[in-house]
Design a protein around this ligand. Sequence first.
Ligand code: DX5
Ligand code: ZN
Length: 219
Amino acid sequence: MFRIAPSLLSADFARLGEEVRDVIAGGADLMHFDVMDNHYVPNLTVGPLVCEAIRPHCSVPIDVHLMVKPVDRIIPDFAKAGASIISFHPEASEHVDRTLGLIRESGCKAGLVFNPATPLAWLDHVMDKVDLILIMSVNPGFGGQSFITSALAKVAEARRRIEASGRDIWLEVDGGVKADNIAAIAKAGADTFVAGSAVFGEKDRGGAIRRMREALARA
Ligand code: DX5
Ligand code: ZN
């Protein structure tokens, strides 16, 4: 069971509602929503107000990827704005266990995000509180970067940890995912794939998603 999550970061922000409906009609399973604060990452995007604005156009779960520091204060706002999943970077939280708890108490699934240089050891004592592990295959902040291949070994290690936990934890990969590398990422153990430029950069978004599914079916 594979999930494709187009990232709105590469959408046309002047017509976001239409863009959301377009990729959902094209087969998106989740809507990946990148939140950047020009502090934790060197770029600035959108917040809860825009999440709330797209919600009526969005019939799939909204997968909020927080690249903000601090994290905790903004969590209830995204829960109210319609987020289903909220993920954050452990380096951006003073108290990772508490932040995971806050997300779940707000009624959302909780995800932990790993930058290319961030060790999976952050999972050691919180595996029971995590619903999703997001492995970054680029440094966060921008769309359209190339896939960092060392992420594959990390995905495989995360998969081993999930198997050992016996829990149903989603394993998502974000950054540089395309139809020509998605099969290798799936083979490493991922089940959920974020794709920004590879989907929104194509005129036919449904076609782009279909090519990814075909590559996954061959994996
Ligand atoms: C990067 C974001 C990604 C980004 C991926 O910081 O977290 O979600 O949109 O874009 P592509 O798929 O173009 O690498
Ligand atoms: Zn993202």
